[in-house]
Ligand binder design. Structure first.
Ligand SMILES: [Fe+2]
Length: 285
């Protein structure tokens, strides 16, 4: 099966099951979402990028930078958008903004500067994170496993509380302390040994997460799809948060500033929702 076929097979009960697993177990996984051909095409693109950037850490941000690629096309896939939108609605009890887009990132760890990217624990700015491993070291102790401290916090209405929590846990000192605690066995995050072609889903906003070290001789390449800016309407959040987008010189929607926006809403061709929306009278907790 290919990615679209897998996504089209997700019905309402499967969706609710995924959200429940994200709540209770910290993450959910859809196994073998890519066909052999899709995985090979994704790997071919990664190999091209490694040839350009060299055997070192690099990342490619935004739907436009990935536009001509299979991994980029997933970010525009209505069925994928619907899945993440429905998960968002399950998590926050309200619909995402109609203009909300996925923000895809290809992240490649290799070489010694790739090793420095390990243990960078953080909360995402967006509600739902979908992680699609493309190349993962087969064996050895340093495969770049995903570490998740699941659902440590709720979705916040107040952007200042969000910023306070991020500043407490998302700084170099805390990150080193957490890494030390994990190495000594004092902290035990969920450790996910990633499988290429599976899709991992978790509440990126609520869960402190990062990755273990990757053997510098090897390559770890993952595509990340971030969805659902929890503080989208906050001018303060736009100025202060979203460092990935700022560093990539992208606007708040993850687009290049010069891009002309489509006249029709992004979700105009969305498939019908899996779950019938109810009146919106609640705010995120
Ligand atoms: Fe993240």
């Amino acid at each position: 099966m290919d990615f679209s076929t897998v996504l089209s097979s997700i019905d309402e009960s499967a969706l609710l099951h995924l959200a429940e697993r994200m709540d209770r177990e910290g993450y959910a996984v859809l196994e073998h979402v890519l066909s052999d051909d899709e995985l090979q095409r994704a790997r071919d693109y990664v190999a091209q990028q490694v040839a350009v950037h060299g055997h070192r850490y690099f990342s490619v941000h935004g739907v436009e930078a990935l536009d001509d690629t299979l991994l980029g096309s997933f970010a525009r896939l209505p069925l994928f958008h619907r899945l993440l939108s429905e998960l968002y609605r399950q998590g926050l009890d309200h619909n995402p903004d109609p203009d909300e887009r996925m923000f895809p990132v290809l992240r490649c760890l290799a070489g010694h500067n790739g090793r420095k990217q390990a243990h960078f624990y953080h909360f995402d700015a967006t509600a739902v994170t979908a992680l699609l491993p493309v190349v993962i070291p087969d064996d050895g102790p340093y495969r770049g496993d995903l570490f998740i401290f699941p659902n440590l916090r709720r979705f916040r209405r107040n952007v200042l509380i969000n910023m306070l929590e991020k500043s407490l846990l998302q700084n170099t000192f805390s990150q080193r302390l957490i890494a030390h605690g994990i190495r000594r066995g004092l902290l035990r995050p969920i450790t996910v040994r990633l499988v290429p072609g599976h899709l991992y889903l978790f509440w990126g906003y609520r869960s402190l997460h990062g990755n273990d070290e990757c053997d510098p001789r090897l390559l770890r390449a993952t595509a990340l799809y971030h969805f659902g800016d929890v503080h989208r309407s906050s001018a303060l959040a736009r100025r202060v948060l979203g460092s990935n987008k700022r560093e990539a010189k992208l606007d708040h929607d993850g687009l290049r500033p010069s891009t002309l926006r489509p006249e029709t809403p992004y979700q105009a061709q969305e498939p019908p929702p899996l779950i019938r929306p109810e009146p919106l009278d609640s705010e995120p907790s």
